[in-house]
Design a protein around this ligand. Structure first.
Ligand code: G1P
Length: 288
């Protein structure tokens, strides 16, 4: 079984659900407590033993690559002012040279198309996909839990959580067949079904482990829900050919691509922050 060494992180989206905040900054750089969203996703990938990050970027998203590079003026100023703790925290977040690559999705054709853009960089090996809108606050990181499951069952995996029926139309939803602990075998998947048509209320969270055969399916994938090339549609076809499991994630998921989810992430993670948590908690109590 080949190990999961690479993660694909699509960052080309326009962030329309969180406008105007994202008019001139990428949504992936919106801060949650003291660091940008994308930092959480990279930390989770590191926890899972990922060696190489592949960003699928787009126009106006250059600040994301800058975030992962040295900022010499800033670093020199921090050094001159002996702010060495801040400096070493900044340096710790920079991936080792050569371990982060990026390619541009030249048109917003959908998540399936974004993942397909990574085919040359991924090559012929299984890989992870993490959507940076969603913070999954778990210890160990949820991607690590998926990699552990992959090492037992192989094939392909998606992360899922249960949502109220009325929310199925916002997500990809799985059709469960059987359950073994927190793993669900599936008969299929459907993107953004209306509640009446949804095969379950297990919605797909933005964490995936996929075999490289997905690229062949994505190449010819027709447009699906919302007129976009959907990853879910190609995964549904891959499910007919290979092992596919859904890995249940219980709680700790914040959809920061929505205003409410972003606020919830700030509150939940702010309360857990070792330096700010207790003062922040006291402030929240005084407000409600
Ligand atoms: C995408 C996927 C969907 C998944 C969701 C998770 O949808 O297509 O299957 O449930 O991410 O965040 P999007 O948010 O791009 O509409």
């Amino acid at each position: 079984m080949k190990p999961i060494r690479k993660v694909v992180i699509p960052v080309a989206g326009l962030g329309t659900r969180v406008l105007p905040a994202t008019k001139s900054i990428p949504k992936e750089l919106l801060p949650v407590v003291d660091r940008p969203l994308i930092d959480y996703v990279l930390a989770e990938a590191r926890d899972a033993g990922i060696e190489h990050v592949i960003l699928i970027t787009g126009r106006g998203k250059g600040a994301i690559e800058d975030y992962f590079d040295h900022a010499f003026e800033l670093e020199a100023t921090l050094r001159a002012k002996s702010k060495l703790d801040i400096l070493s925290a900044l340096e710790a977040g920079i991936p080792m040279a050569g371990t982060l690559s990026s390619t541009r999705q030249q048109a917003p054709l959908g998540l399936g198309h974004a993942v397909w853009c990574a085919r040359e960089l991924v090559g012929d090996e299984p890989f992870a996909v993490s959507l940076p809108d969603e913070i999954v606050a778990h210890r160990p990181g949820f991607l690590k839990q998926m990699v552990d499951a992959y090492e037992k069952v192989g094939g392909n995996l998606v992360a899922v959580e249960e949502v109220p029926n009325e929310d199925t139309c916002k997500y990809g939803v799985i059709a469960p067949k059987g359950r073994d602990g927190n793993l669900i075998e599936m008969t299929g998947m459907v993107e953004k079904p209306q509640p009446a048509d949804a095969p379950s209320n297990f919605r797909i969270i933005g964490r995936y482990i996929l075999q490289p055969e997905i690229f062949t399916l994505l190449k010819t994938q027709e447009k699906g829900a919302g007129g976009e090339i959907q990853l879910t549609d190609s995964m549904n076809k891959l499910n007919e050919q290979q092992t596919f499991n859904a890995c249940i994630c219980a709680g700790g998921i914040y959809d920061c691509g929505s205003k409410l989810g972003w606020l919830q992430a700030n509150v939940a993670l702010g309360l857990k922050d070792p330096d700010l948590g207790s003062a922040f908690g006291a402030f929240l109590k005084s407000q409600v």
